[in-house]
Design a protein around this ligand. Structure first.
Ligand SMILES: C=CC1=C(C)c2cc3[nH]c(cc4nc(cc5[nH]c(cc1n2)c(C)c5CCC(=O)O)C(CCC(=O)O)=C4C)c(C)c3C=C
Ligand SMILES: [Fe+2]
Length: 490
């Protein structure tokens, strides 16, 4: 019987096995119900946790039988109210633990020859203006970004081509205004180095890899390196504090696909940290940045704290159970709670920015709220980007230029913006702790390779082609649709 790893705390995690189970033990302080697919099983509990010994890992975990573990998995899966959009692989995104399998040899065992890897996942961004259109193509070709009904999936790439070509001029203007490209690769590389050093200082030597979803270095390249380095245990850390189908979900789906088809990778013990917005270190680091920035106003107590999160289409949350909105609201609640504990009682609000295309996105919209606040007589405002931990086009251009101008035009007189966390030492240290806590939860992902269902029925194929061409015709020639993608706002 194999030993199963158990875990302590409420680290939100999944494995890549396609049978991961998790449970949300979060209370939603705003009185909302926990996200619909964040409800399932209890985890095997661990009362000892992880202890690090110099240059070596020692896991002190309670063992559970493989059979027990399987039962729990089946139980959990059948109790998941809504299936994750990632299929069964991510039963849940918030609040919990994975079950281990082959990774930990035995009770109180030493794992001396481990070669630990940490894979940072991020979005990626165009480095030059020539990269913008192909970058946008990759983004819109992602079925987690433009979600077509199954029957119309064959339109994904032509549509991505069309939308990317239409949007490229506006996007290029944006990237040109911030120096001709995205700073994301440089910042993520720096974060990777800082994390490596933070882990080394905790006696945990690791290799840190960066895998981007839509531009270089692509996730595939990072995985290639991981294989070449013969990593024996991997922690996957998406650099998005909150989980969304469109960000962490999409990146993990790519990984799952690569891992499933590779004999070495499918046996590699892996642990994925799905979200980490609720970690004390992150919350405190955000509160530090906010309180510091408030001090730059002449009357700090009068400043409205304006959290601006990247939006997602409303349907992700309403129809597909994306926990993003719940997690975002809980995150803001926790940051405000920390500020209150420090005697900072400013008013605050949350709005969503950066919408694209003709559908409804999470509301309220940042631009509309700024105008309303100006009209209501708010004079001082501190913008806090909250869904991303590096500077990027949407902080440097959209917030610092577009929204600032709109706010000043609307009557707001004093404007400030909190920088992204970037290399803030307390934040990097907390990421290092998250990695250390996740490590004993790493589980092998071995799942049989499944053959995708192929539609061989000529009649069904003909019907799909007919309706697909019809839809394509409407999309290609609807002026409203074209304008919606060309501009940010419709
Ligand atoms: C948590 C963060 C993000 C979510 C959620 C998200 C969803 C999402 N984004 C688009 C469309 C675009 N995003 C673009 C850039 C971009 N997006 C994020 C983060 C999230 N996106 C970042 C950090 C960046 C910037 C990368 C950089 O180069 O600095 C772009 C390109 C820029 C532009 O043209 O505006 C698009 C387009 C959708 C459709 C979506 C959810 C479905
Ligand atoms: Fe985006």
């Amino acid at each position: 019987m194999d030993a199963a790893v158990s875990c302590s705390g409420a680290l939100p995690q999944t494995n890549l096995s396609g049978s991961d189970l998790s449970r949300s033990d979060h209370k939603f302080p705003l009185g909302r119900s926990s996200c619909s697919y964040a409800r399932s099983i209890g985890a095997v509990s661990c009362n000892k946790g992880l202890r690090i010994v110099p240059k070596k890992l020692e896991f002190l975990c309670s063992a559970a039988s493989r059979d027990e573990e399987r039962n729990e998995m089946v139980f959990g899966a059948s109790h998941c109210e809504k299936k994750s959009p990632l299929g069964e692989a991510l039963c849940v995104a918030a609040g919990v633990c994975t079950y281990g399998g082959t990774a930990v040899e035995s009770h109180h065992s030493h794992i001396a020859e481990e070669k630990v890897g940490v894979l940072l996942l991020n979005l990626g961004g165009p480095e030059t203006l020539d990269d913008v259109q192909p970058f946008l193509f990759n983004l819109f070709a992602d079925p987690d970004i433009i979600r077509l009904p199954r029957a119309f999936r064959f339109l994904q790439k032509p549509l991505a081509k069309l939308i990317s070509v239409l949007r490229a001029p506006k996007s290029k203007e944006g990237y040109a205004s911030i120096g001709g490209g995205s700073p994301l690769r440089k910042i993520t590389d720096e974060q990777a180095n800082a994390l490596k050093m933070a882990l080394e200082s905790k006696d945990m030597p690791v290799n840190v890899y960066v895998g981007m979803r839509y531009w270089y270095p692509f996730t595939e390249e990072a995985v290639h390196q991981i294989k070449r380095d013969r990593i024996t245990r991997l922690v996957v850390l998406p650099l998005y504090p909150q989980f969304s189908i469109s960000t962490t979900g999409s990146s993990v789906r790519v990984l799952q696909k690569i891992f499933r088809n590779d004999p070495y990778l499918s046996r590699l013990p892996v642990s994925v940290i799905n979200s980490w917005y609720q970690r004390e270190g992150y919350i405190k680091s955000m509160a530090d940045l906010i309180s510091k920035e408030l001090e730059s106003f002449s009357e700090p107590a009068q400043v409205m704290i304006f959290f601006s999160a990247h939006g997602v289409p409303l349907s992700y949350v309403k129809d597909s159970g994306d926990p993003y909105k719940d997690q975002m609201e809980e995150c803001i609640f926790l940051i405000m709670k920390e500020l209150k504990a420090r005697g900072i009682n400013n008013e605050h609000t949350l709005a969503y920015q950066s919408r694209v295309g003709p559908v409804q996105w999470l509301k309220p919209y940042t631009d509309e709220v700024l105008v309303e606040l100006g009209q209501k007589g708010v004079k001082s405002l501190l913008a806090v980007p909250v869904s991303f931990v590096s500077e990027h086009i949407e902080t440097l251009e959209e917030i610092d230029m577009e929204y600032k101008e709109l706010a000043l035009e609307s009557g707001i007189e004093n404007w400030g913006r909190v920088p992204a966390l970037g290399l803030t030492p307390s934040f990097i240290t907390d990421l290092a702790d998250a990695v250390i806590e996740a490590l004993p939860l790493a589980a092998a992902t071995s799942t049989p390779k499944t053959t995708p269902a192929v539609d061989h029925d000529p009649m069904r194929w003909a019907i799909k082609m007919f309706f697909g061409s019809f839809l394509a015709f409407i999309l290609f020639f609807s002026p409203k649709m074209l304008m919606a993608f060309r501009n940010h706002l419709i």
